[in-house]
Design a protein around this ligand. Structure first.
Ligand SMILES: NC(=O)c1ccc[n+]([C@@H]2O[C@H](COP(=O)([O-])OP(=O)(O)OC[C@H]3O[C@@H](n4cnc5c(N)ncnc54)[C@H](OP(=O)(O)O)[C@@H]3O)[C@@H](O)[C@H]2O)c1
Length: 336
């Protein structure tokens, strides 16, 4: 190699590393997803006319996803338990898009009532003829110590987040295999990648989803046109904290705290649409420092665990002292 090339490399490599570092500091998603959002297909061009079933569409991420999908021209099935809230979301979808009323089906559904899932899926097929995308988004989180949480809470978390999602997926999958294409997009969490204190059951249910769908993707490798995508958001503005399971099944959380530190719901939904449009298998959607934690946990697990331990201890102490565990925990992370 001649001297000029070596000199150029000497300057170019550190410059590229600096650019990557600068991008990473302001990143709110993993590099694959950011690449897709910069250079990939636009959701608007790909989702028009598609039939998309969104569970958990009555609030938070699912609600916002419904609005953005409607703007893209997708036909929608909106599911959750609260029919009045789903009708409100439908009205807003119609206001913000060119869709006709019969392009949006409100389909009340309890993910924990697995015996109803076959009939619900039939109702969707009867209305639209087929399903292009299933977004497994409905779910609840947890805020309680493992030593205090009742086993019923663990059962409910697994029934809802894991078995409910698997059950709907098993109903929809044969249709997608028959039609030879489709997408199953499942909202896991960064809790599906790492350990999170005060959420042992929630974290277990999201790890279970990761295991199920990562294995299913391999089983379906002979059906390359069926996308199995996992979405791992960090903290996002929604009703999730208000709806958490505590130590007892029907005991509400005393104070949900503020959500200032969280990612806007619209940004999370947009990145999800970009990911599903571009066939991304796993999406990490999170602001810093949580995105950094994902990378550390994945690529340097010992160091990732060390960092999580120190902040996790603080989170547990705040919770035990009756403080808002999340806000003080996140403030500490943000300022560190
Ligand atoms: N927000 C975050 O920070 C965050 C981070 C990582 C992952 N996530 C995941 O994102 C997904 C959406 O949560 P979100 O943050 O948007 O919270 P959310 O605002 O509380 O929304 C949860 C949705 O799930 C539905 N749901 C709850 N129990 C259900 C059941 N038994 N059957 C059917 N639907 C049910 C709720 O509707 P009904 O009450 O009307 O049934 C609601 O529409 C969840 O899977 C959550 O784990 C959220």
């Amino acid at each position: 190699m001649d001297c000029c090339v070596l000199t150029a490399l000497w300057y170019l490599i550190p410059l590229c590393l600096l650019i990557c570092l600068a991008i990473f500091i302001v990143a709110d998603a993993d590099f694959t997803l950011l690449w897709a959002s910069r250079f990939g297909h636009e959701p608007e061009n790909k989702l028009k006319g598609k039939v998309v079933w969104v569970t958990g569409a009555s609030s938070g991420i699912g609600e916002e996803l419904a609005y953005q999908l409607a703007k893209c021209g997708a036909r929608l099935i909106l599911s959750a338990r609260r029919e009045d809230e789903l009708n409100r979301v439908k009205r807003h979808c119609l206001e913000c898009s060119d869709l006709q009323s019969d392009s949006i089906l409100v389909l009340p559904l309890d993910l924990m009532e697995r015996s109803s899932h076959e009939e619900k899926t039939k109702a969707v097929i009867q209305h639209f003829g087929h399903i292009d995308v299933l977004v497994n988004n409905g779910g609840r989180s947890q805020r309680s110590l493992a030593t205090e949480a009742s086993i019923d809470v663990y059962q409910a978390l697994m029934e809802l987040n894991f078995l409910g999602t698997v059950s709907i997926t098993k109903q929809v999958l044969p249709h997608m295999i028959q039609q030879g294409c489709g997408a199953i997009v499942t909202v896991s969490s960064i809790s599906g990648l790492m350990g999170v204190p005060l959420a042992t059951g929630y974290t277990a249910s999201k790890h279970a989803l990761q295991g199920f769908f990562n294995s299913l993707r391999i089983e379906l490798s002979e059906h390359p046109n069926i996308l199995i995508s996992l979405v791992c958001p960090g903290p996002v503005v929604s009703q999730i904290v208000q709806n958490v399971f505590t130590e007892q099944l029907n005991k509400p959380l005393h104070s949900p705290g503020n959500q200032d530190h969280k990612m806007p719901t619209s940004r999370c939904a947009r990145l999800m649409l970009v990911g599903m449009t571009n066939g991304v298998n796993e999406m990490w959607i999170s602001q810093q420092p949580f995105l950094l934690l994902c990378y550390l946990w994945q690529y340097t697990p010992t160091f990732g665990r060390f960092i999580m331990n120190s902040f996790g201890r603080r989170r547990v102490r705040n919770f035990q002292a009756g403080l808002d565990a999340d806000s003080s925990y996140f403030r500490k992370l943000k300022t560190s």
